[in-house]
Design a protein around this ligand. Structure first.
Ligand code: NAX
Length: 326
C-alpha cells in the first residue's frame, strides 16, 4: 500500500462535505488500497456540528481512515496536506451586494493560501469548490507563493457532469457512452457547456440535439441555470451531486482518466485566455496530479462568443478582487 494521504477538507460541517466525506473515507476517490488521514476545518461556531460529523465518520468504521483532526485553525488543517478540498466559503446572504460577498471570500482565500503555502506538502493538489470558485482559486494562488499555480484548480466537474447527463437524457443513451463534452470558463451562469465535438458511442451528437441554434436556445441555458433550478426545487443548493463531482475531479486528477474532463485551471494563454485567471478548459488528466490543457481545438464563431463572455466576466471578477486586496 501507498503511504497515508493527508486530506484537508474545509467547510467540513456543511452540506456538501456531509456527502463528500464518506466518499473520501470509503476508497471511492483515492482507491481501495489508499489509507487517508482527514483534517477537517470549520469556523468556530460550526465546531460542535463538526464533532457530530466526526462521530459519524468514526461510526462508519472505515478501514482506510486512519485518523481525523477537527480544527478552526488553517495552519493545523493544512499541515503536510497532500490534498486540500476547499468547500467552505462565505455564503451569499439576502440583500448582500456582490462586492461584499467577494470581499469576505477574498480574505478567506488569502488566509488559506498563505497557510497552505507555509505548511502543506510541497506537492499539494488543491481544489476550490466554494464560490466564486474560479476567483477564489485565483486569490488563493496569489498568496500561496510556494505552490505552483498548476497545482491549484477550481471545480467545474459538476457542470461537466450535468452537461454529459443532459446529452444522454436527450438522446436516450447511457451517460457512459457520451464523450467530448467540455465546460469553458467560469463556474457561473456565463459558463459555456460545449457539445460541438461531443459524441455518443462515437457518433456526433450536435445534429441529433437539433443543431447549434437549438443547442443555444434549449441546451446551454439548462446547464447554466441547473444550480438555480436545484435550489428552487430543494430549497438548498446542490450537495449530493457536488460531492460526487468533487470525487470525480479528484479521482481523475490524482489517478488519471481516459476521457477528457473539465477543470478550471490556471490559464496559460491557450485559446487566447490570458494568464492570471482560473478558467475551465477541457483537460487530459495524466495521473499523479498531472494534467494538460487539450490543445488544437478549432474554435468557431459560435463558441468564441460564449468563451469571450465568460472570460470577460472572470477578468472583471479578478479586477474587483485585486482592488479589494489593494
Ligand atoms: P454550507 O453552507 O452547507 O457549508 C459551508 C460550510 O463552510 C459551513 O459549515 C461553514 O461554517 C463553513 N465555512 C465558512 N467559512 C469557512 C472558513 N473560512 N473556513 C472553513 N469553513 C468555513 O454550503 P455547501 O452547500 O456545503 O456549499 C459550499 C460551497 O460550495 C458554497 O460556496 C457553494 O456556493 C459552493 N458550490 C460550488 C459548486 C461548484 O461546482 N464549484 C457547486 C455546489 C456549491 O454550490
Amino acid at each position: 500500500p501507498n503511504e497515508t494521504l493527508v486530506v484537508a477538507v474545509t467547510g467540513a460541517a456543511g452540506q456538501i462535505s456531509y456527502s463528500l466525506l464518506p466518499l473520501l473515507a470509503n476508497g471511492t476517490v483515492f482507491g481501495p488500497q489508499q489509507r487517508i488521514q482527514l483534517r477537517l476545518l470549520e469556523i468556530p461556531p460550526a465546531l460542535t456540528a463538526l464533532s457530530g460529523v466526526t462521530m459519524e465518520l468514526i461510526d462508519g468504521a472505515y478501514p482506510l481512515l486512519e485518523s481525523i483532526i477537527e480544527t478552526s485553525d488553517p495552519m493545523v488543517a493544512f499541515r503536510n496536506a497532500d490534498v486540500a478540498i476547499l468547500v467552505g466559503a462565505f455564503p451569499r446572504k439576502q440583500g448582500m451586494e456582490r462586492k461584499d460577498l467577494l470581499s469576505k471570500n477574498v480574505s478567506i482565500f488569502k488566509t488559506q493560501g498563505e497557510a497552505l503555502s507555509q505548511v502543506a506538502s510541497r506537492d499539494v493538489r488543491v481544489v476550490v469548490v466554494g464560490n466564486p470558485a474560479n476567483t477564489n482559486a485565483m486569490v488563493l494562488s496569489r498568496f500561496a507563493v510556494n505552490i505552483p499555480p498548476r497545482n491549484i484548480s477550481a471545480l467545474t466537474r459538476l457542470d461537466h457532469n450535468r452537461a454529459c447527463a443532459q446529452v444522454a437524457h436527450k438522446l436516450g443513451v447511457s451517460v457512459g457512452s457520451v464523450d467530448g463534452v467540455c465546460i469553458w470558463g467560469n463556474h457561473s451562469s456565463t459558463q459555456y457547456p460545449d457539445v460541438i465535438r461531443a459524441t455518443a458511442d462515437g457518433v456526433p451528437v450536435l445534429a441529433k440535439l437539433g443543431g447549434a441554434e437549438t443547442v443555444a436556445e434549449h441546451f446551454i441555458p439548462v446547464i447554466q441555470k441547473r444550480g438555480a433550478a436545484v435550489i428552487k426545487a430543494r430549497g438548498l443548493s446542490s450537495a449530493m451531486s457536488a460531492a460526487n463531482a468533487i470525487a470525480d475531479h479528484m479521482r481523475s486528477w490524482i489517478c488519471g482518466d481516459d476521457k477528457i474532463v473539465s477543470m478550471a485551471v490556471a490559464a496559460d494563454g491557450s485559446y487566447g485566455i490570458p494568464e492570471g485567471i482560473y478558467y475551465s478548459f477541457p483537460v487530459r488528466c495524466l495521473g499523479r496530479g498531472e494534467y494538460e490543457i487539450v490543445q488544437g481545438i478549432e474554435i468557431d464563431e459560435f463558441s468564441k462568443r460564449y468563451m469571450d463572455a465568460t472570460k470577460d466576466e472572470l477578468l472583471s471578477e479578478r479586477d474587483d478582487a485585486v482592488s479589494l486586496l489593494a
